[in-house]
Design a protein around this ligand. Structure first.
Ligand code: ADP
Length: 223
């Protein structure tokens, strides 16, 4: 699913910052992986490369057979639409759109017919246990419910890779644990490859594999 070969990422500004150096990683289809490491160790940079939001300074980032380092911005944007979905610590829902409209958004962008959108949105809302909340606005929901909406929005496109940035970061232990159970279920039942950046030890232990970064390098990998 994901092959990272000899990747360096240097941010050039007033001073150059080596955010990642000499990263090599293989992640197989269907894996569920946590990335941990101190602040500044390169976790977000790595997640951005995996999702095609940015390109490496050198090396290869191959995701779903596409070499992202060789693609321009427009090609990467098309790639992101079909192959990758995201969830974030702060949910990133559109506050003026109802739950059903938030979940439908990526399908509208992809040009799916309204009739098919209705069916797919209903299915994923049922899957995350929010079938009764479709007509609500995000700020009428709890944090755990908002993250479920974000997961439904991630699921609805059937993207093979789900990237999560601190998915339990804003939730209490009980709510966080429900979200982790849901992600595990999706990983198992849909075979979605999940990579999450986290500081939360219980999130890391929900994953079958833990990669530790330090100073832009892989310090440990349980694979
Ligand atoms: P983490 O997610 O582990 O906190 P990051 O990937 O955000 O780490 O950052 C790794 C290093 O790269 C840090 O030293 C950070 O300051 C630097 N960095 C991140 N983004 C940028 C940027 N856009 N411009 C310059 N430096 C950056």
């Amino acid at each position: 699913m994901l092959s990272i070969h000899q990747v360096d990422k240097t941010y050039v500004g007033k001073t150059a910052v080596n955010a990642l150096s000499g990263i090599n990683l293989q992640i197989k289809s269907g894996e569920m992986v946590a990335i941990m490491g101190p602040s500044g160790s390169g976790k977000s940079t790595l997640l951005n490369l995996m999702g095609g939001l940015d390109v490496p300074t050198s090396g290869q980032v191959i995701v779903a057979n596409v070499d992202l380092a060789m693609k321009n911005e427009k090609e990467r944007s098309l790639f992101r639409r079909s192959k990758v979905s995201y969830i974030f610590q702060a949910y990133h829902l559109m506050p003026t759109l109802k739950v059903t409209q938030n979940v439908a958004l990526p399908l509208h962008l992809a040009g799916v017919t309204p009739r098919e959108i209705l069916g797919r949105v209903a299915n994923v809302l049922r899957e995350v246990g929010l079938e009764a909340r479709g007509e609500h606005l995000p700020d009428e929901l709890s944090g755990g419910e908002r993250q479920r909406v974000a997961i439904a929005r991630a699921l609805v496109t059937n993207a093979p890779l789900l990237l999560a940035d601190e998915p339990t970061g804003n939730l209490d232990t009980a709510r966080g644990s429900e979200i982790l159970q849901l992600l595990k279920k999706i990983n198992k039942e849909h075979g979605t490859t999940i990579v999450m950046v986290t500081h939360d030890p219980s999130a890391a232990s929900a994953c079958a594999r833990l990669i530790r970064l330090r100073d832009g390098k892989v310090e440990g990998d349980s694979a």
